[in-house]
Design a protein around this ligand. Structure first.
Ligand SMILES: *Cc1c(COP(=O)(O)O)cnc(C)c1O
Length: 428
């Protein structure tokens, strides 16, 4: 890369990137600006962004309304501690989230990243058991193929294989894993999909605090879309066995799967809900854990009577102001029609890949398009192949996928899907 800025070489020698090595690292591309659906690279080239910066930049980059929300907030207060103080951006964001999320989730805890929101949810569930005099109920039940974040508590409920549990087995709590449902979102529902869960609950219910899962879409654990009836069954079984249900909607929240939240496909409400990623439209790190009355009331009145968590940057005003603006932009748009438009374009555009020898499956839900390959991709060559075609697509494992900003045009979607077909067709 001859036009690379002089800091680029220093990056390769000294700076860790997500899931990367410092010895012969895969290429990273210097980016100097971003606007709308486009990333501007240091060499003057432009990429159509297919990743929305990992589910988060739902309105694209450099959005005038989000920029203005942050500028306005910056002039009054960039940050202030949330212990003993409060401010309008946090409270009005809480009001928006309570209105928007499934019924009953009326209490909001602001966290600083998705992983922390999951830690908070787990801690809520464990403290709930402890103060109700059930301290032995400290395990969680979750699905294989899940992803919930990289901190220790969250990692312990990620898929044991892709989450590399073997490296940390001595310090990770041992939770209960069941197979994910086999019925795909668009396929026939089989009641037997609930059998592994039912069996595990019969065996372990007395040790379990909660069930945690990603509703409808398993994201970083495999980009898999399962049938809404599974969620209905999970909610019923949680009620039957007296378990809390934690929905991790950090990836699925804010319309990505075609409904505002994954739970809305099944019209169920969890007891605890995690939000992040798209919450600020991809501008600033902010997450939230919402709880229902039972959970909030129990933590507030039993045992120590306080919930023992409080990040330094809790409810950062800049991030809260940005999140309010982002939700405002989303609600002012025909988001449902727009996601349907993207779904149709991705489906039509990716369909031909089904015939390719290297392809195991093609699936699309909402603004998520996935080509699953038979073998893992070459992470040195494939991102470069996409950059050469003017698009930003970052595969992982056997998955080549996009989840573009919602403002992506039909023509840009066609460019993205054409590039995906082209790159996948060229796999030897
Ligand atoms: C990304 C993600 C997380 C972790 O969020 P971070 O902000 O990266 O800590 C947790 N759960 C799900 C479902 C995610 O997609």
């Amino acid at each position: 890369m001859s036009d690379a800025p002089d800091w680029h070489a220093y990056d390769r020698a000294h700076v860790w990137h997500p899931y990367s090595t410092l010895v012969d690292p895969a290429p990273v591309f210097p980016v100097v600006g971003a606007s709308g659906t486009r990333l501007h690279l240091a060499d003057g080239s432009e990429l159509i962004d297919g990743m929305a910066s990992w589910w988060s930049a739902i309105h694209g980059y450099n959005h005038p309304v989000l920029n203005e929300a942050i500028r306005g907030q910056l002039d009054s207060m960039a940050h202030v501690m949330f212990g003993g103080l409060t401010h309008e951006p946090a409270v009005e964001l809480a009001r928006q989230l309570i209105d928007l999320t499934p019924a009953g989730l009326d209490y909001v805890f602001f966290a600083d990243s998705g992983s922390v929101a999951v830690e908070v949810a787990i801690k809520m569930a464990l403290q709930y058991r402890a103060v109700r005099g059930e301290p032995e109920r400290q395990r969680l039940l979750t699905l294989r193929g899940g992803y919930h974040g990289d901190t220790f508590g969250a990692m312990a409920v990620c898929d044991p294989v892709t989450g590399m549990h073997s490296l940390f087995s001595g310090v990770l709590p041992q939770h209960v894993f069941v197979d994910r449902p086999a019925s795909p979102f668009h396929g026939e529902w089989q009641d037997s999909d609930l059998d592994p869960l039912r069996r595990a609950l019969k065996t372990h219910a007395k040790d379990l605090a909660a069930v945690i899962l990603e509703p409808i879409v398993q994201g970083a654990g495999g980009m898999y879309f399962y049938h809404p009836n599974y969620l209905v069954g999970v909610r019923q079984l949680c009620d039957e066995f007296g378990l809390l249900l934690i929905a991790d909607e950090i990836a699925t929240g804010f319309g990505r799967s075609g409904e505002m939240f994954g739970c809305d496909h099944a019209q169920i409400a969890p007891d605890i809900l995690c939000l992040g990623k798209g919450l600020t439209g991809g501008y600033l790190t902010l997450a939230a854990t919402l709880a229902n009355h039972d959970v909030a009331q129990t933590l507030s009145s039993e045992g120590p009577g306080v919930f023992m968590h409080g990040p330094t940057f809790m409810a950062n005003p800049l991030a809260c102001a940005c999140a309010r603006a982002s939700i405002g932009v989303l609600l002012a748009s025909d988001w449902r029609g727009n996601i349907k438009r993207i779904e149709n374009k991705l489906s039509a555009g990716l369909e031909p890949a089904r015939e390719f020898a290297a392809v195991a499956d093609v699936r699309v839900l909402g603004a998520i398009g996935v080509i699953e390959l038979k073998d893992p991709v070459d992470m040195h060559a494939m991102p470069q192949a996409f950059v050469d075609r003017g698009v930003w697509v970052r595969p992982f494992g056997r998955l080549v996928y996009v989840m573009p900003p919602y403002v992506t045009t039909d023509a840009e979607l066609a460019t993205l899907t054409t590039a995906m077909l082209d790159v996948v067709a060229n796999i030897a």
